[in-house]
Design a binder for this molecule. Structure first.
Ligand SMILES: Cc1cc2nc3c(=O)[nH]c(=O)nc-3n(C[C@H](O)[C@H](O)[C@H](O)COP(=O)(O)OP(=O)(O)OC[C@H]3O[C@@H](n4cnc5c(N)ncnc54)[C@H](O)[C@@H]3O)c2cc1C
Length: 453
């Protein structure tokens, strides 16, 4: 097979790789994107659960401060609409019966005040963490030596406040807080602004806005712009590199040669590629220590969104589970009611192993507890497990346990010779989100353009 030639080889056609390709193309360089899968989009995956009714198995929302994503949607002609957010949330916590938001707030007002105080403190501490170099935070070593869970445990919180904090945090990181460095948690908060933006569904939050036609419209339309530079079904296995060239080999025998390569996949997957000559132990130790987290989404479709007429917003918070949280994800202009249940961290790990029928039954029982018997009669169901997808191996993103940032942090995005690193996991704003993927793709492309100009 003759080798493909290009200026810049890009590994991965997620949003980060696609943005990198578009940016280097605009600078007059030739990109070649090698994508392992038979589709573009990576962690963005829109699927029809019923004819004409798409749901987001992967990324779904953007928030008010996702400026790059708003600009991109605008440029690509993808319209947006607001997330439904009317009515009360349903709570099931601390052995209390299922309570509606107003009753929950009355009963657990003190605990909610405790929670607010801790979130404020987290915001103050996070403000001390430079997102481009968390290891340079004044107290980096102290914070990186403990887990987020240990720090939470030390705040003297009531069990309800501690449980709520765990649920909120696992909802973002998708791993139990005992596995994550406290510095990593503060870094995550700092890359997103403040905790209110991370956790809120309403104004200012990360989950305010959805895309007409589905999130996949974004990578699909980006891919159309670079179509002649894109090869699907081309899993990169080896990157041979010299001072001024790369030779990239794919499974199946395809070979591509270029002057630079941008690896736009998560650090853990980047560590599974073979490099010749091998990369430093410093870089490899990092990729051994940035595992992807675990999350699943399960969608229940009903004839109508009956919870809305009961004054509920479709969001639940539960320490019973299996899902800790849910969302109303109905489509505007469609009569169906759609509820999305999140399985994150331990729940995704355990229930990801169950059969789909078992999972569905356990989640249905939970919905019935919150929304009554009507919830037992969905007309369709679909769920998506990401750990077994060969080209993702877990979501939402890469996390750092204790001592990773302070020991290996500078190896994350620093180019190594002609090799550059993208993917949302390397971003400094909204890392783990699509917004971060765009930032990282643009940054890696800029590095390459500067190096080659
Ligand atoms: C269930 C779920 C829900 C999410 N919800 C949201 C949300 O609501 N809002 C939000 O902003 N973000 C959300 N995210 C995160 C968001 O999807 C990611 O931040 C973003 O899509 C990452 O893009 P990326 O290009 O950095 O990486 P990826 O999307 O992972 O792209 C990497 C690409 O590289 C390919 N690849 C991997 N290995 C190789 C190889 N060896 N050779 C060639 N190609 C390879 C993969 O197939 C993939 O296409 C969610 C993610 C998931 C999974």
């Amino acid at each position: 097979m003759a080798a493909h030639e290009a200026d810049v080889i890009i590994v991965g056609a997620g949003i980060s790789g696609l943005i990198a390709a578009r940016t280097v193309l605009a600078a007059g360089l030739t990109p070649l994107i090698l994508e392992a899968d038979e589709r573009v989009g990576g962690r963005i995956l829109t699927e029809e659960v019923l004819p004409g009714l798409p749901v987001e198995i992967g990324a779904q929302w953007i928030g008010d401060t996702h400026h790059r994503m708003f600009a991109l949607a605008d440029e690509l002609g993808v319209e947006t609409y607001p997330q439904y957010d009317e009515g009360e949330t349903s709570y099931e916590l601390a052995g209390a019966p299922v309570l509606r938001q107003n009753d929950f707030h009355r009963r657990f007002g003190n605990e909610l005040t405790e929670l607010t105080k801790v979130l404020r403190l987290l915001d103050e501490l996070a403000a001390e963490v430079p997102p481009e170099a968390p290891w340079r935070a004044p107290r980096a070593e102290e914070w990186d030596a403990i887990t987020a869970g240990a720090w939470y445990d030390g705040q003297g919180l009531s069990p309800v406040a501690r449980t709520l904090l765990e649920i909120c945090t696992v909802g973002i990181l998708a791993v139990p807080t005992v596995e994550v460095s406290f510095l990593h948690l503060l870094f995550t908060i700092q890359t997103c602004g403040v905790t209110a933006e991370l956790f809120a569904e309403s104004e200012g939050g990360a989950q305010t806005t959805r895309f007409v036609g589905g999130t996949a419209e974004i990578p699909n339309r980006l891919a159309a712009l670079v179509e002649s530079h894109l090869v699907l079904d081309a899993p990169v296995q080896e990157i041979e590199h010299t001072a001024d060239s790369v030779t990239v080999r794919c499974r199946g025998g395809r070979v591509a040669r270029g002057r630079r390569v941008i690896v736009a996949i998560s650090p853990m997957l980047a560590g599974r590629i073979m490099y010749d000559p091998p990369l430093s132990g410093y870089r490899d130790q990092l990729t051994q220590r940035m595992p992807n987290s675990a999350a699943m989404k399960a969608f229940f479709v009903y004839d109508e969104p009956f919870w809305r007429t009961d004054g509920l917003n479709g969001q639940l918070i539960s320490d019973v589970g299996p899902a800790r949280m849910s969302n109303d994800t109905c489509l505007p202009g469609d009569d169906h009611g759609v509820i999305l249940m999140f399985l994150e961290g331990e729940q995704a790990r355990t229930h990801g192993h169950w059969s789909q029928e078992e999972r569905r039954a356990a989640l249905t029982a939970e919905l019935v507890r919150h929304y009554g018997d009507k919830a037992a009669r969905p007309v369709a169901y679909v769920d998506g497990e990401w750990g077994s997808r060969q080209w993702t191996r877990g979501c939402y993103n890469a996390n750092c346990g204790p001592l990773v940032w302070t020991t290996y942090g500078s190896a994350l995005a620093e180019p190594i010779g002609v090799i550059h690193w993208a993917s949302t996991d390397t971003a400094t704003q909204w890392s783990a989100y699509m917004e971060g993927a765009v930032e990282a793709g643009e940054r890696a492309a800029r590095e390459v353009i500067e190096a080659l100009s």
